[in-house]
Every structure is written in C-alpha cells, then in structure tokens.
Design a protein around this ligand. Structure first.
Ligand code: HAM
Length: 414
C-alpha cells in the first residue's frame, strides 16, 4: 500500500511556492522598512504554554491541539499559533522590560476539519510589537496591514475591528452576556449551549440564525468599555476609513482567550467560507499570565495559504526567465562557465539551464513551456567561435549572433 500524506497536511510543490516566495520577499521589504526583526521559536512547546495562553476552553486548545507525551512522559504540543511562543521566549530571556518589534513565519498545526482554505498544517507570518502601550502601535500595525495588502495588490477586503476593553470590562461583558442568554438556553442549538457553558464569548461567533437574532437584543461591548477606549476605536477607524473598508464589529471577540483592547480581522469574500486571511489584537496580560513581568503586547498573523490564494499572477511581478541551451557534444566545464558568468552578471534573472538534456528542439520546447522570454543557444559552431545565439521567444523568431562578451553585456542590462 502506498503511503499518503496526512489529511489537511498538503505538500507544496515548486509551482505552488513561486507565489509564496514573491509574497515573502515583498513582506520582508515591509518588515525591514518598519524596523521589525525576525524571531524563530521551536515548533514543539510544552502543552501548558498553550493551555495557559490561548486558553483551556478555546477550540484551539480543547479540540485542535496536536499533543502527545514525549519519551520523558511530558505533555508537549505542536504549536497552533506563534504569539504564545514569542512571549515565552522573551520572558525566558528576561527582556520583558525592553521594546521589541518582531516578525516570524512558519508552519502551525491545528486538528481542524479540513476544507477549502482550512488545513491541519498551515503557515502563518506574524508580527508582535512588545513593550508598547495602547496608542501609536495600533496605528502602526494597521498601517502595516494596509501596506502589505497594497504592495501585493489586494484591494477587495474588509477589516473588522472591535475594542474589548480591559480584563475587567471583558469579564463584566461576559457575565452580562451569560445572564442575558441563560433564560433562553433551552432554545439554543447544542453547540451554542456548550459554548455558553465553556467559553461564553464564543457564542458571539455562532452561525445559528436564531442565536444571532437573540444576540441582536443582547449586551454590546461598547456599553462596557470606557469612553477613552470608545474614542480610541472610533479615531482609529476614522483615520483609515478612506484607505480601506474598515468596520466596527461589536461581536468580534476572536478565538483566542488572551486578547484585551483592540482586536481585528481582515477578510475577503473571494476566499469563500474561510474568509479571514489575517487576525490580531492587543494582549497586554499574557506575559503576566505566563509568569513574566508586565509587558504590553499587540500583533497579528497572516494565514499564508489564504493570502496567497488572493494573489493573481498580475499582482506578482514575475522574474524574467532566460533559457540556456547547449546543443551538440561540447558540454564541458568551459561551456557551463558561460552560464556561471551570466548568473554573476545579473542575479535578478532566472537562467533556466536544461543541463544540456535533449535535442535543440526539445530544449526549445521546454524553454517555451517554462515561460522563458529569451534563449541563449550554444551549438558546435558558436562554441568554436566564442559566440552564442540570442533568440527572442516572443513569437517574432528574431535572433542574433553575439560574442560571449556582448551576450553578457546584454544579459546584465535586461
Ligand atoms: P488566528 O486568527 O487564530 O490568530 O490565525 C491567524 C490567521 O491564520 C487566520 O486569519 C487565518 O488566515 C490563518 N489560519 C488559522 N487557522 C487556519 C487553518 N486551519 N488553515 C489555514 N489558515 C488558518 C492567531 O493565530 C494569533 N496568534 C494572531 C495574533 C498574533 N494575535 C496577536 N498576535
């Protein structure tokens, strides 16, 4: 029997990864321009890290963690997200009192029901700003989100945003929500009854129309948070409302327990049911919660599979490709040296060497199939005379004979 990959854990082939690389290099430029530095944390962490941060009652910890006992009988888990590990790392380094602007990327694992846009191994690129209180950092992160979307050419999306207040406001809202729903509990779907018992705020995400109708009359976050928080939220929305579709959503709480303050999500209807391609918010209490000193924190993470789905070819400048064809018997180190010189002359171009395999015709076919704009051909004659044929693959059939020196010059200026 053939061995298959695990459900929801797809392989990524070169043809899938081309867009990923474009996206990642665009992102790196943005992170660089914001003075944000990379951090790498392990894929495996103690299970307790996630139960104490993301929350025991959250779906992510309760139902979706890949946890197991290691050889030392300790419960460890594959990370379902990156923020908890970043905070753990900074606490461990005793740097809670410094300021950090960090980004990370890599695979995350959640045992969810696989469907379009939802995987069990998926990838995130995340940003965490640590040591900055509510204020400019919210503006800076929203501005970063807009710049990312602009640079990679995503325009049709909505940012939903809410303010959860501080821990007290969040708890008061939660109590009020429970007492509002309690008299109607029998009318609720089983799933929502369980939510009310285990993690009441999650009921706001219910897809049941009857629950949503009931919630319309229920308590609203805006009645539990301070005037200052309300103004902060409104000013944030007013600042960016001309740059994107940004809407206050009173029922946005997000699925991780650690948030207080601003929370936000970006979604695109082009993605279907799993439409959120980015989510984040403030989580000032997490450091304390994990045994560290006080440390303000805010961040967001992008779902790479989802954002890449939104990128059309035209949004991603393709690198120019040139085919390098050696025809005849003269394949030796000296011929290959020409390829080496071309690559050194211009590293922005993909020089597609077919490693001299196949006839001239079949190599030309490969060059066309691989979307090469030009081919450089070296046959017996050209080899003898230190020349190359430079051929246009735009359908015009144009070609010229160049000395190797001229070819390198032309290649440098492409
Ligand atoms: P999250 O909303 O759970 O937040 O995940 C962020 C993004 O990861 C989602 O918007 C989605 O695009 C993607 N994502 C989540 N689960 C899956 C899945 N099963 N398959 C494919 N994509 C998925 C967090 O993880 C927080 N740590 C974000 C954050 C950083 N908050 C503050 N700092």
């Amino acid at each position: 029997m053939k061995i298959q990959s695990l459900r929801g854990m797809p392989d990524l082939f070169p043809e899938n990864l081309e867009k990923w690389h474009k996206f990642e290099s665009a992102l790196k430029k943005i992170f660089h321009s914001f003075g944000t530095n990379e951090i790498r944390t392990p894929l495996l962490e103690s299970t307790e890290l996630f139960s104490r941060s993301v929350g025991n009652a959250s779906d992510i910890v309760n139902k979706e963690l890949y946890s197991f006992l290691d050889r030392n009988e300790e419960s460890i888990s594959l990370r379902p997200e990156g923020s908890a590990s970043v905070i753990r790392a900074i606490i461990q380094k005793k740097q809670e009192q410094e300021k950090h602007k960090l980004w990370y990327q890599g695979p995350m694992f959640r045992y969810e029901r696989p469907q379009k846009g939802r995987f069990r191994q998926f990838h995130q690129v995340g940003v965490e700003y640590l040591g900055f209180e509510e204020g400019i950092s919210e503006y800076e992160l929203i501005s970063m989100v807009l710049q990312i979307n602009k640079l990679i050419g995503i325009s049709d999306y909505t940012i939903k945003i809410n303010h959860l207040g501080d821990q007290n406001a969040k708890e008061s809202f939660c109590k009020s929500l429970v007492s509002f729903i309690q008299p109607h509990i029998k009318e609720l779907h089983d799933k929502d009854q369980a939510r009310l018992k285990n993690n009441p705020l999650r009921i706001l995400d219910s897809k049941e129309t009857s629950t949503q109708a009931l919630l319309k009359e229920g308590p609203k976050f805006k009645d539990f948070i301070s005037e200052e928080s309300k103004n902060f939220l409104q000013n944030l929305v007013d600042t960016y409302k001309n740059d994107c579709d940004m809407q206050i959503d009173q029922s946005l709480v997000r699925g991780l327990d650690y948030y207080t303050g601003i929370v936000f999500e970006a979604a695109s209807k082009d993605l279907g049911a799993q439409d959120a391609f980015l989510g984040g918010g403030r989580y000032d209490n997490l450091s304390n919660h994990l045994g560290g000193k006080d440390m303000n924190a805010i961040g967001f993470a992008i779902g790479v599979e989802r954002i890449v789905e939104l990128l059309s070819e035209k949004n991603m400048n393709q690198s120019l490709k040139v085919g390098f064809i050696i025809s005849g018997e003269q394949i030796d180190k000296k011929t290959y040296k020409i390829a080496e010189n071309l690559r050194s002359a211009n590293r922005n171009i993909i020089l597609d060497t077919f490693l001299g395999q196949g006839s001239l015709k079949s190599q030309l076919r490969k060059a066309n199939k691989n979307n090469c704009s030009y081919v450089i051909i070296i046959g017996e004659e050209e080899y003898k005379n230190d020349q190359v044929i430079w051929k246009n693959l735009d359908g015009s059939g144009e070609q010229e004979l160049l000395s190797q020196k001229e070819a390198i010059k032309k290649y440098t200026n492409l």
